[in-house]
Design a protein around this ligand. Structure first.
Ligand code: NAP
Length: 353
């Protein structure tokens, strides 16, 4: 087999890492490619699920003795601690790897230190290959580890005139089946799905990740969270159907903000504590407005349908904007056509002060 460059191996490792998205929390996604001394690929691995073997261990097992004198190319600094599995730094040293190339250092104080351990054992360590790409692949985990609360994606569906429901309150289904299938795939990549109690009272959604055609549930379900200050979620609401874990987050349990409603920062801190690294905020407009006003949204995914309603609630309410100068500026990072609809991905620009 032809030899590959370290850069090419890192590109592949990032691709492998992405296969674990949605299944590794509270751990990161990680990919690893092992090259022998001649630069041939002798092992590949990724972290597939929390508690399962780390990417390096999978790649080392494939490579066997061919790892000796070779290079391990990893998307994240190898861990240096014993959790549910042993330290990858030690496994790499034991396998006789002579060089380790890392895209991103581990921000987790519990697991970091792998690079130092490797260096101390005489292994060459290089940092910074395809760092931006690897960061992007692990953005939810890295962001949440660095600041201590989950990465929040606000997802909404709206008509071209920005309505999230009709004047009579009906909102199913604004977007096409293709867009809704895409939403279920998105749910499968996060650890929690959040909805305001009014959405639960109005639409009675299941909030599970499932196959829309036959209703089969995805193997891994996000935690369903109803943001419900005074516990108004009905006993027979579908979110209580047992199909997935559900948390009715009340102000009494989480803490209340100045308006007496659930304190959103405290809610996110508690979710982080429960192992949630990526959360999908599914509405409705009032809860989304409160999250945006508090600067707690990291990414916006809007599904825009080629429909007009002319009346009915806006996709977003009360985001703390009363004059154009206060508009929340966004950077659009992707526009994709999903069936007849558009999926627009955008990042809020950081506000001054
Ligand atoms: N098109 C879409 O993408 C989409 C998605 C979802 C929903 N919807 C539609 O949206 C409508 C419901 O939306 P909605 O705006 O009326 O309500 P909502 O955003 O679903 O829920 C708002 C409620 O959340 C509770 N809440 C708890 N803590 C809060 C906080 N810190 N800040 C704000 N709210 C907090 C409040 O009730 P308590 O004070 O009782 O806790 C509040 O009234 C429905 O018609 C639904 O069909 C559309």
């Amino acid at each position: 087999m032809a030899s590959v460059s370290v850069d090419e191996a890192m590109r592949r490792a990032i691709e492998l890492a992405a296969r674990g998205l949605g299944a590794t929390s509270p751990n990161p996604v990680v990919g690893c490619v092992l090259l022998d001394a001649d630069g041939e690929v002798v092992g590949e691995g990724f972290h597939a699920y929390a508690g399962g073997p780390h990417a390096e261990i999978v790649a080392l097992a494939q490579a066997g003795t061919r790892a000796r004198g070779g290079t391990a190319v990893v998307t994240l600094e190898p861990c240096d601690h014993t959790g549910r599995t042993g330290p990858c730094s030690h496994a790499l040293i034991a396998a006789g790897v002579s060089r380790v190339v890392i895209a991103v250092p581990d921000p987790n104080p519990v697991a970091s230190g792998g690079a130092a351990t490797l260096r101390a054992a005489g292994v060459q360590v290089a940092l910074g290959v395809r760092t931006q790409e690897a960061e992007a692949g692990n953005v939810a985990w890295l962001t949440s580890m660095r600041r201590g609360w989950p990465y929040v994606i606000w997802k909404y569906a709206a008509t071209l005139d920005g309505r999230s429901a009709a004047a009579d309150g009906t909102s199913m289904w604004i977007t096409s089946e293709a867009a809704r299938i895409d939403v279920h795939a998105l749910r499968g990549t996060v650890d929690a799905v959040l909805a305001g109690v009014s959405t639960v009272l109005t639409d009675d959604p299941r909030l599970t990740a499932r196959n829309l055609r036959d209703g089969t549930l995805a193997i891994r379900q996000p935690l369903r969270v109803v943001v419900d200050s005074s516990g108004r979620t009905p006993a027979d609401a579908r979110v209580r159907d047992g199909a997935a874990r559900t948390w009715i987050a009340t102000a009494a349990e989480v803490g209340a903000g100045p308006d007496g409603r659930v304190d959103l920062a405290a809610l996110l801190a508690e979710l982080h504590h429960r192992g949630v690294r990526a959360a999908l905020l599914e509405g409705g407009p009032t809860l989304a407005g409160a999250f945006l006003a508090a600067g707690l949204v990291d990414r916006i995914v809007g599904y825009v349908a080629p429909k007009l309603l002319g009346a009915g609630p806006a996709a977003l309410l009360g985001a703390g904007v009363s004059t154009i100068a206060d508009a929340i500026d966004l950077e659009i990072t992707d526009v994709t056509r999903i069936g007849p609809d558009l999926r627009i991905t955008a990042l809020p620009r950081k506000r001054e002060g």
